[in-house]
Design a protein around this ligand. Structure first.
Ligand code: PHE
Length: 361
């Protein structure tokens, strides 16, 4: 039988189809699949080029070839589509597999948590910033001049003994360095007043050190100190600020009271208490007497406060005739214990992970 031109072209078409199927079996990703598509049925692809040969066929041969061409092209397109779906499915499964790996608990490294004291410090600084205070810091190793002398605590004053001081040798081991581990945050008052002029509104927070070590005292603990110096500053401003502070911090209206007390750097001096925010209440909102925190007294002691002593202002080159100021200070650890119902001070400093893990980020 006479061989027709269309037989050759159709054969070439089938051969391309086979070449395509063989190449397709090797393809595993979307990029390679796209390349294959271009190579065979793209504008200049090998299969598309065969279509150009249709013009050279006798009119009666064209129909058969045209049908064969369409059939092959459709088959190739269907195979490409099938492979495309298979690659996508594989990709999704691989992604899901990776996702599963990430959540496997035993392959994750432990994530730390925020220490209750740090958490309380952050809360305090948020509240005091809102009340218009700058948060400032000072050194832990301090000159006796700033820790005591300029705070109106002269060398022979019993307050120096009261504060069970750690003395620090000088850089070359000198024992008369006059350096101490700061016993309170009050030297930051001095540094601030020497460094800036009134109006001053700061809080200083941080670690302080005293030789105490018993179940309710730690040789290292944390204090916050507030200082305001301006013209015509009074004790009423102090009390209002403390009232605003406890209200903002505990997010409820709490009374504040001042009781006369002595601190060498303030005159008059006071201790301040707040109304107990922890007392259980009955259904009508009345406080019940059996509160574990205030022991039924309805007051919680917070710290010391008072009007900055004129001698302290003078020691910092501030004229007490022109300016007055107040200061307060209290323990941050006790505040953290109150907030988180922590019953033993030692728990805050032992670094026991079983305790710390209870305060997730
Ligand atoms: N510095 C005092 C102390 O450590 C607290 C205090 C600060 C008292 C400011 C009065 C005014 O005990």
């Amino acid at each position: 039988m006479l061989r027709r031109v269309s037989d050759d072209v159709t054969e070439a078409l089938r051969a391309e189809q086979q070449r395509f199927e063989a190449a397709l079996a090797e393809v595993n990703d979307a990029d390679a699949l796209y390349e294959l598509q271009v190579q065979f049925i793209g504008k200049k692809g090998s299969v598309s080029k065969l279509r150009g040969r249709m013009g050279k066929l006798a009119p009666e041969e064209r129909k058969a070839f045209g049908m064969a061409f369409n059939e092959v092209k459709k088959a190739i397109e269907a195979s490409l589509e099938g492979k495309h779906r298979a690659i996508k499915t594989l990709q999704r499964e691989a992604d899901l597999g990776r996702f599963e790996d990430l959540t496997m608990a035993d392959t994750m490294s432990p994530v730390g948590s925020i220490h209750p004291v740090t958490r309380t410090r952050r809360q305090l600084s948020r509240v005091f910033r809102k009340l218009g205070f700058d948060v400032v810091d000072g050194p832990h190793v301090e000159h006796e001049l700033y820790n005591f002398d300029k705070l109106n605590i002269p060398a022979d004053h019993p307050a120096r003994d009261m504060q069970d001081t750690f003395f620090v040798n000088g850089p070359a081991g000198e024992t008369d360095s006059n350096l101490v581990l700061r016993t309170h945050t009050s030297p930051v008052q001095i540094r601030t007043m020497l460094g800036r002029k009134p109006p001053i509104r700061i809080v200083a927070m941080g670690t302080v050190f005293r030789k105490d070590d018993d179940p309710t005292h730690s040789p290292m603990f944390h204090q916050i100190e507030g200082l305001c110096v301006d013209e015509h500053v009074t004790m009423a401003d102090l009390k209002t600020t403390l009232y605003r502070f406890v209200g903002a911090f505990f997010e409820t209206d709490l009374k504040v009271r001042l009781r006369p007390s002595f601190f060498p750097f303030v005159e008059p001096g006071a201790e301040f208490d707040m109304e107990c925010p922890f007392c259980p209440k009955d259904d009508a909102g009345a406080k019940l007497p059996d509160c574990g925190v205030c022991k039924g007294s309805q007051w919680v002691e917070l710290g010391g406060a008072g009007m900055v002593h004129p001698k302290v202002l003078q020691a910092c080159d501030i004229d007490p005739q022109e300016h007055s100021g107040w200061a307060f200070g209290f323990g941050i650890d006790r505040m953290a214990m109150l907030l988180h119902e922590i019953t033993k001070l030692g728990l805050l400093f032992d670094g026991d992970a079983r305790f710390l893990e209870q305060f997730p980020c």
